[in-house]
Design a protein around this ligand. Structure first.
Ligand code: G3P
Length: 215
């Protein structure tokens, strides 16, 4: 399973990329706005660090404008993936851009039926938001299992990006289920490395070693 970072924070992206386990980055208008940065500048900066897919979201609502935006973004770097919202216009744009060989990530997906439509539109990626599904009182990971089953039934090539992640356990469950990608906020990504028993174990090994050397 590929691990993407769900952030537009360049310092964080540089730090985590140095650990060698970041396969891509997803951004959205809220994340770019949080950085107070121009979208094009920031996406180009990210693409210079990470060579896997970098998702940048269109801001238009009409299909024709989304297509123009998507074509423009796709010229910024060879690894740009165009995020289109899960609307009729978003799926029209997804179909056109995908036919032109531009990778599309259909975002804001909250149901298996929406994921079916995204795959039929030829999207390279679909992004179901599991945390927000949980927040709405439904089961986000159950949604992932349904989408995996549908895509297997019909051999869709669309890759599932489990998004809106709230815990390391959701990352592990995504891998157990066989999702293709998890896009993870930096705080949760950092927690994937940690376990209290690992910290205790390191401390004990080092303490034992220094005691033995003193003898
Ligand atoms: O990738 C989608 C993600 O940014 C949404 O996460 O935490 O705002 O639901 P969240």
């Amino acid at each position: 399973m590929k691990l993407f970072l769900d952030t537009a924070d360049l310092v964080i992206i540089q730090k985590y990329a140095a650990w060698g386990l970041v396969d891509g980055v997803t951004t959205n208008p809220s994340l770019i706005a949080k950085e107070g940065m121009d979208l094009e500048k920031r996406v180009k900066e990210i693409a210079s660090i990470i060579h896997g897919p970098i998702s940048a979201e269109v801001l238009s609502t009409e299909a024709k404008d989304m297509i123009e935006e998507g074509r423009r973004y796709a010229k910024w770097a060879s690894n740009i993936c165009i995020k289109c919202p899960m609307t009729p216009n978003g799926l029209l744009a997804a179909q056109t851009l995908s036919k032109e060989g531009i990778a599309v990530n259909v975002t804001l997906v909250f149901s298996a039926a929406q994921a079916l439509l995204a795959a039929k539109a030829g999207a390279a990626f679909v992004s179901p938001f599991v945390g927000r599904v949980d927040d709405a009182g439904q089961d986000g990971m159950e949604l992932i299992s349904e989408i995996i089953e549908i895509y297997k039934n019909y051999q869709f090539k669309t890759e599932i990006i489990v998004a809106s992640i709230r815990s390391p356990r959701q990352v592990a469950l995504s891998a157990i289920m066989g999702a293709h990608v998890c896009t993870i906020p930096p705080d949760i990504y950092g927690k994937l490395f940690r376990h209290p028993l690992t910290d205790q174990g390191i401390k004990k090994f080092l303490d034992d070693w220094s005691k033995a050397k003193k003898k």
